[in-house]
Ligand binder design. Structure first.
Ligand code: ZN
Length: 229
């Protein structure tokens, strides 16, 4: 456990997990006449807007109420992406060789240039997540990444005329639209999460996990040519 993590009912709660006390009322959207796009009447420009995108309003009260493991706190996700923090323990996640590990609940390998809304994580934290998460146990792909610049946001597009939310492009009701920073639609997007793109990708599977498994020495020769943090 780190200072960024809390325990609930004997379970370690990941750093980016949303807590019920962090739910706050969402303000009514207004149309910004001069610059175009959506905004809040009482918008806080430092925390609620980045690269033209208005952020979904979120509170910060980590450890209060109960954790909602199905939801991610928008502010901590943004901080983790910006500062390369581990999504599980909240500590710096850059590895000794400068790369970062990314993990996805997907059956297909992480591709070069693929976008991601999930922050990086330590290999040991990734193994812990795979062990504790049914979705990840069923399917996951992992990769070491050399470079992960800001790509855009994941959020809900709004109609420029009515300001009503537009249907999401995904299959599930809670799917979000990925909008690139250079796309003018970003001004009409209520952004939940920061999205990065992954470059210099090397897949991690099978024996490549060995150096970080409990009881294994970190000098095993069947692991990747890098040192754990
Ligand atoms: Zn970690």
């Amino acid at each position: 456990m780190t200072r960024q993590q809390h325990v609930w009912n004997g379970m370690l709660v990941p750093y980016i997990t949303h807590w019920t006390a962090e739910s706050v009322p969402q303000p009514k959207l207004i149309r910004l006449i001069a610059r175009g796009g959506i905004g809040y009447f009482d918008e806080e420009p430092v925390t609620e807007r980045r690269r033209e995108a208005l952020r979904h309003r979120s509170g910060l009260a980590q450890g209060r109420g109960r954790p909602d493991f199905a939801r991610v706190n928008s502010l901590r996700q943004k901080r983790a992406m910006r500062c390369n923090l581990c999504q599980v323990c909240g500590e710096e996640a850059t590895l000794a060789d400068g790369r970062k590990l990314h993990l996805m609940a997907a059956a297909t390998a992480i591709g070069e240039g693929e976008t991601a809304a999930a922050p990086p994580l330590h290999p040991v934290c990734a193994l812990e997540s795979i062990e504790n998460c049914r979705l990840l146990r069923r399917n996951h792909s992992a990769a070491l990444v050399e470079y992960s610049p800001l790509w855009g946001v994941a959020g809900v597009l709004h109609d420029p005329v009515t300001l009503a939310p537009l249907p999401n492009p995904g299959r599930r009701p809670d799917d979000l639209a990925n909008v690139h920073v250079a796309d003018k639609a970003i001004r009409w997007t209520l952004a939940n999460f920061t999205v990065i793109s992954l470059h210099g990708v090397s897949g991690v599977s099978g024996k490549a996990w060995s150096p970080w498994r409990p009881g294994r020495r970190t000098t095993d020769t069947d692991g990747p040519a890098m040192s754990p943090p």
